[in-house]
Structure formats: C-alpha cells, structure tokens
Design a protein around this ligand. Structure first.
Ligand code: BGC
Length: 761
C-alpha cells in the first residue's frame, strides 16, 4: 500500500474533477430545463439589475421595483440589505413571479460591510495578503449575515494618477502587487465555496482600464496602447478571475475608442476567448445608457451593442429590458445571445445555492451574532495598524511616551468619527467608529495629558463644502468660530505641550467616485494651522488622512514626523493610537508614488527610460526633465519607514549565467539594526535593459513581509524563474528574451542592492 501513496494526490484530483463535472452537469441540466419554461420576457427580465434606495451614482434610479420583481422583470437587486428586508424582497420574487426564480442581492461591500476596514488603497499598503484576505472574509461573513450574496468588489483598476478620486478604491499603481491583492480579495469574499451561506460572489471591476482616465478626471477618455494594457493594466483583472471571481463589471470609459460596455474585443475576444472567463458580465451603473452620450447611437442601438459585445446584466439602465425584444424582432440581436446571457445569470444563482434555498443568506440570528463583533473589530484594529505608512520620523519623535507627555491634539480630523471610514461605506455606521482622540484616551489612558483644539475647518471654501456634501448630509461643516479664533485656541494648546499631534488631511468625501481633485495638497485652512504649529518650534507629528497620494513638499520638510493613515475604518482611533504609542510598529509601504507636484503626474516607478533619460538634474538641457522641478517623487513606490531600522547586505546570486528553465536564487541578509522589533517588506525588482521593446526601468516581481526582533538578522531569498522575466512583446506574445537582467532587492523601489545575470534560452 505504502508504495502507492504517491498516487493519492492524483486520486484526490480525479475525485474533485469528477465532482465538479457532476455539479457542472447538474447545473447544465437544471438551467436548461428552467430556460425551456421561460418566455422571452422572463429571459430578458433576468438580465435586469435594479437598485432600491441607493444613492444614485448615475443617470437616475430604478422605478416600480416591486411590480417588476413580481412580474419576473428583475434578475437581481442591489441596495437592499438586512435579513428581514432581503427576505421580504426575495419573497416577492419566489412567491409572486411566475417561475419563482430567486433574486441575487448585491451591494458595494468594498472595505468591510459594517465593520469597516481601511480603504483599499490603505489595505494595499500593508503588502500583507493574509490580512487583506482576512478583511474580505470578514466582509463576506457580515455581508451575508445581512442577506447579501454578491459584492461589487474588488476594484482592481491600476491608477497612476492621484488626481483620480477612485485611486482610493484600488491597490495603487503596480500590476504585480495589484494582481496578488485581487486574488487575495476574491479568495476572501468567496471563501471555501460559493454555496456556503457566508460567502459572497466577487465582482472584479471596472473592466477595463478605468484607472487611466485622462487628467485624472472621473469617467474621462482612456487612450492606451495594447502593449501597455497587457503589461501593466490588464493583469489584475485576470488575476481576480483566475482566483475564481464569479462576475466582472464593465467600466464607464472607452477602450480603443469603443465604450467598454459595448466593446466586443474586450468582453468577448479577450475576456471569453483568451482568458476563458465563465462567469457573468454586469455593466456599471447606467454605463449602457451612457454609450448614447459617448456617441454610439440611441438606447436600442447601444443595448444591442452591449449584448452583442458580451454584457449579461444591465445595471439600472433598463436598456435590455425595454429594447431587446424589439431588437430580436428586427434581427439586431439573436435569440442565442439573449439565451447565453440569461444562462450565465441563472448559473450564478445556481452556484450561490439560491435555487436550493432562496433564503440561504437570510438568517435573522446571524445579524446579531456575526456583525460588528468584538472579534471583527479587533481584526479591523490590527489590520488598520498594518496599513499605516511612516513617511518621516526625525529624532525618533515617534513612538510617543505613554507616561507624562503633554500632547496638543489639533486638527479637524482629531475629534471626528465620521471621516474615519473613508469612501464607499454603504452599511458602515460612522457613529460606531473610534475617533483619534478616543483612541488616544483608550491606549494611553490618564498617562498623557491631552490638550485638544480643532484648530481649523476641513476647508473654509463654502463652494467646495457644498460639493463635498452632495448627498445632502452635513459631511463637512463650518465651525461657528472664525478661523482666527480656532487657530488661537490651537496655539494655546500647543504652548502648553511637549509635542503636537496634528490630525489633518482629506475628509471622507474628498476621495472616491466623482471626487477628482486638481490640487492634491492638504486644504489651505488646515495647511495654515499646520504652519502655525510648526512655527512654535515644538515637534509636530502629522497624522495624515488621505484617499490618494498627496503633494506634501512643505510638510515633508517641516514636520518632525508624518504618519500616513489613509482612512482606517471603524477602529481608526485605536489603531492610530496603537502605532503612535508604539504598541504596533508601522510597517506599511506605499503602493502608489507620492509626487512633489501635480505637474509631475503621471509619475510611477516602472516608467520607461526614454531616449534622453533624466540624469538627476533639472538643469541639464535636452534631457527628459522639467526646468523647474526634479523628476524624482517625494516618496517612491514601496517606501515606508519603521520605528526600527533595517540594513540590507549586498545581494548574493546563486549563479550569474543561466540557461533555459534553470532557477536563480537571490539572497540578502536583512538585519534589524534598531531598538524595536519590526516588520519589513523586502521587495524584489527585475530590470531587462535590452529587449525587442523598450521595457520599464524595473518591475516588482516579488516581496516578503518579514518580522525581525531588534538586533536579529535573517537571510531572505527569492527564487527567480524565466516566468518572472516574461513580458508582452510587440506582437503581444508573452515570453522572455535572452540577455542580461538586473536583479534588485531592497526596502523600496528606489533603494536596491543589485546584481546582474546573463540568462539565455
Ligand atoms: C460605481 C461602481 C459601483 C456601482 C454600484 C457605480 O457608480 O462606478 O463601482 O459598484 O456604482 O453602486
């Protein structure tokens, strides 16, 4: 028997494959039978996704929702959550509609459901796939406890332009890091299997290239070479799908001059034929109708275009519902196209187990046992603390002492619960979040003396405030006091303090959808407060809230320390205090470059060299540079400090000449040379200086997050194979080319220990 144990994995694989084949066959038979009973109207009804009571983010809202559900004109709904509410709506579908087909229930569960985790850009700065997956798992447990089974996440759009407000919703600028995160999030949401009642179907979005909107202006034109798409922008979508995501959402922009929602090359040739995607495609909010404004024709024309391109479900626009029947009659779409879309939507419902039990996700008991639990909040606190990026820490001002310090705590975000959560928190209740002031009180207790003063408004610009308060609530308000009075109060607090902690930056509605900014600095009112604080000559710790990379040249020069905390979520204040007082040593690294000035954008680490590369000086004539500023970022991709220090030994390469499929081991010794235990993200980059196309100067190819005790050393190795050398060439063939490669390992994309190898085919 022992002799055959090596066959066990094979046996297991065969059993799994045959079980899958059985489910697929079972699903096929079930869906076929159901479809044979469906009228054309009922089939088209399955392609209709409606919203209920959601803040409209597009052209209008859904009307007559209840009648439509009862009439079999709806396949799914989003914006309804809470077990009792979901039960009520599902009842309409399964008792009133003729064929009793259950609805799918979606929501934007983006960074947590009710327990809110850091915004995705923050999560990505943890470079910790376990924590990211855990945040998505908890989000799915809570979302399903609220009756949901479909989340419009992960957003995997690569963004190189921090003016774009939605950079906050993604994982930054890098395809490799973005792909790893896409997979981790899909795994977290979908858990051990879609039919589990605590798993949600993921929806990778926005396909595609939405993050490359010109000028960083939301919904704007995208114009990109196929080569750049394949090498830098498409991989995270594919990674999310390869991890098993059941659905994908189209984007608002054009791809090669055709709107993504009607782009057959994108949705069929690439997505289905090249990538083999088997799930369903949903439009973004009225993106189907928006093709009219894009100049592609009237509603009937664009609806036919979308169906033919490969869209299966129409979000809110009702172009499918109102025109497909006519188009079929007129021969503008085929029955096979309608059937195919309907089949994919029904298959998703089958995989979610909804035909077995339409109330599978409705369990009123779970509402109290599974949502905002102490365990979830504790996870949110730990995860948040791992996303903070220490940008500067002069004279080891941080961590602060828990005993005896007089701390002036100033800024409009210091005693503020609302802005802790960040963008896209549909079900998160800001009143349940922990402010920075409360967090400091919890962590340092009576050991420290807190002298609090608000010091400034988020902004004094009333027109800007009006736009920030778009949804009608008073998200940002003006204090009754004048700016001068507020500053005077803050100066009073500062005069009695040993250290000033200024909690400043972007409020919740300053980033996210339709929140592009042309000036990405800290608003003037807060900047003025900061300058007053710095003028006291006391150490100033800037705790920076932001949904995007900001331009911070003045802050970087004059603040003593800067801790970038993004928007950390429900446990914001506790997590910030944990880091400020040293219970957690910061270990986050930037996933997007911080420029010095808006004029440098787009600025990203894996740019090409140009024929006249920058030589480090803005002065040199006839070079690719600016007359008035250096090309360098303020903080590069991968950058982030710790309370301790790390040193990297020289790089050791196992070989310097390799052939074919051989493997290379690249090793450095990492030493924690400081006083604190700490984590470091060791990053691997590869350059390919000579190839048949102009390659980027370097590309991230691996990373490891390593914990070292103070004084400890560890050898860190990466195994490199030809797979890591591959790229899309000018024929869009994915392969590698013989030649010299530079292998770099280091603490960020700019500080690398490197060595060269020759690798031939
Ligand atoms: C956004 C999507 C979102 C959808 C539904 C749109 O405006 O672009 O990301 O999932 O609304 O809320």
């Amino acid at each position: 028997m022992k002799r055959y144990t090596f066959l066990l994995p094979l046996l297991f694989l065969l059993i799994t494959l045959s079980a899958k084949a059985q489910t697929d066959a079972g699903m096929d038979a079930f869906v076929k039978k159901l479809m044979s009973q469906m009228t054309l109207d009922e089939k088209i009804g399955q392609l209709n996704l409606v919203t209920a009571g959601y803040p409209p983010t597009g052209l209008g809202v859904s009307l007559g929702v209840e009648e439509k559900i009862a009439g079999g004109q709806v396949g799914g709904i989003f914006g309804v959550y809470g077990a009792a509410k979901v039960r009520g709506v599902q009842e309409l579908a399964v008792t009133k509609s003729r064929l009793k087909i259950p609805l799918i229930f979606g929501l934007d569960v983006i960074h947590g459901h009710q327990t809110i985790f850091p915004i995705p850009l923050g999560l990505s700065a943890s470079w910790d796939m376990n924590l990211i997956e855990k945040s998505a798992r908890i989000a799915a447990v809570e979302g399903t406890a609220d009756g949901l089974n479909w989340t419009f996440s992960p957003m995997v759009d690569i963004a190189r332009d921090p003016r774009w407000g939605r950079i906050s919703e993604g994982s930054g600028e890098d395809a490799y890091l973005g792909s790893r995160i896409a997979a981790a999030m899909v795994k977290g949401y979908q858990g051990p299997g879609l039919s589990q009642n605590n798993s949600m179907m993921a929806c990778v979005k926005h396909f595609g290239l939405y993050g490359a909107a010109e000028g960083g202006r939301d919904y704007n034109t995208v114009d990109m070479s196929r080569n750049t798409m394949y090498n830098y922008f498409l991989p995270p979508y594919k990674a999310g799908l390869d991890a098993g995501a059941g659905s994908i959402m189209t984007s608002f922009n054009v791809v090669d001059a055709v709107p993504a929602t009607g782009n057959r090359w994108l949705l069929t040739d690439l997505l289905r034929k090249q990538w083999g995607f088997k799930g369903f495609v949903v439009t973004d909010y009225t993106s189907l109708n928006e093709m009219i404004e894009h100049g592609l024709g009237d509603l009937q024309t664009v609806s036919a275009l979308a169906l033919h391109a490969g869209v299966d479900m129409d979000m809110v626009g009702e172009g499918f519902l109102t025109t497909l029947k006519k188009s079929l009659k007129e021969g503008k779409v085929t029955q096979a196209e309608i059937d195919q879309a309907c089949r994919l939507v029904l298959e998703a419902k089958y995989k979610l187990g909804l035909f077995e039990d339409p109330y599978r996700y409705v369990d009123e008991k779970r509402t109290t046992s599974d949502i905002l639990t102490a365990e979830h909040r504790q996870a949110a606190r730990e995860i948040a603390a791992h996303t903070f990026v220490l940008l500067k820490n002069d004279k080891q001002t941080l961590p602060l002492k828990k005993q005896g310090a007089n701390i002036a705590l100033v800024g409009p975000l210091a005693d503020n619960r609302r802005d802790m959560l960040g963008t896209w928190v549909v079900a998160g209740d800001w009143q349940k979040s922990v402010s920075v002031k409360e967090g400091i009180q919890h962590v340092a207790g009576s050991g420290v003396n807190i002298l609090y003063a608000k010091g400034a408004n988020i902004t004094d610009d009333t027109a800007f405030i009006h736009r920030l308060n778009f949804f009608g609530q008073e998200m940002v308000s003006l204090d009754k006091r004048t700016p001068d009075e507020m500053i005077r109060e803050a100066a009073g607090a500062a005069s009695q303090a040993d250290v000033i902690v200024a909690v400043l930056g972007e409020s919740q509605s300053m980033s996210g959808e339709s929140s592009s900014r042309s000036d990405i600095g800290i608003p003037a009112s807060q900047e003025r407060l900061l300058k007053e604080m710095v003028a006291t000559g006391k150490p100033v710790v800037l705790v920076l809230f932001t949904g995007r990379p900001l331009t911070l040249p003045w802050e970087a020069e004059h603040c003593t320390s800067i801790l970038n905390v993004w928007a950390p979520g429900t446990e914001a204040g506790n997590a910030i205090a944990d880091v400020l007082f040293g219970d957690v040593n910061p270990s986050g690294k930037l996933s997007a470059t911080f420029p010095r000035s808006v004029g440098q954008i787009p600025l990203y680490y894996n740019h090409k060299n140009t024929g006249r590369p920058y030589d480090g000086s803005p002065q040199t004539k006839f070079r690719s540079n600016y007359l008035d500023i250096s090309n360098d970022p303020l903080y590069p991709f991968g950058y982030g400090l710790s309370y301790t220090t790390f040193s990297y030994s020289d790089l050791k390469l196992s070989k310097t000449a390799l052939k074919g499929a051989e493997k290379l081991t690249a090793t450095i010794t990492l030493t924690n040379t400081g006083k604190y235990d700490g984590e470091e993200v060791v990053q691997l980059y590869i350059s390919d200086p000579v190839a048949t196309i102009s390659r980027s100067v370097k590309d991230l190819k691996g990373f490891q997050k390593v914990m070292l005790k103070a004084g400890e050393s560890k050898e860190i190795s990466f195994t490199i194979t030809p797979e890591d050398l591959k790229f899309y060439n000018s024929d869009l063939k994915y392969d590698w080319e013989s030649g010299e490669f530079v292998i770099g390992i280091g603490t960020n994309s700019d500080e690398l220990k490197s060595g060269k190898v020759n690798w031939t085919k």
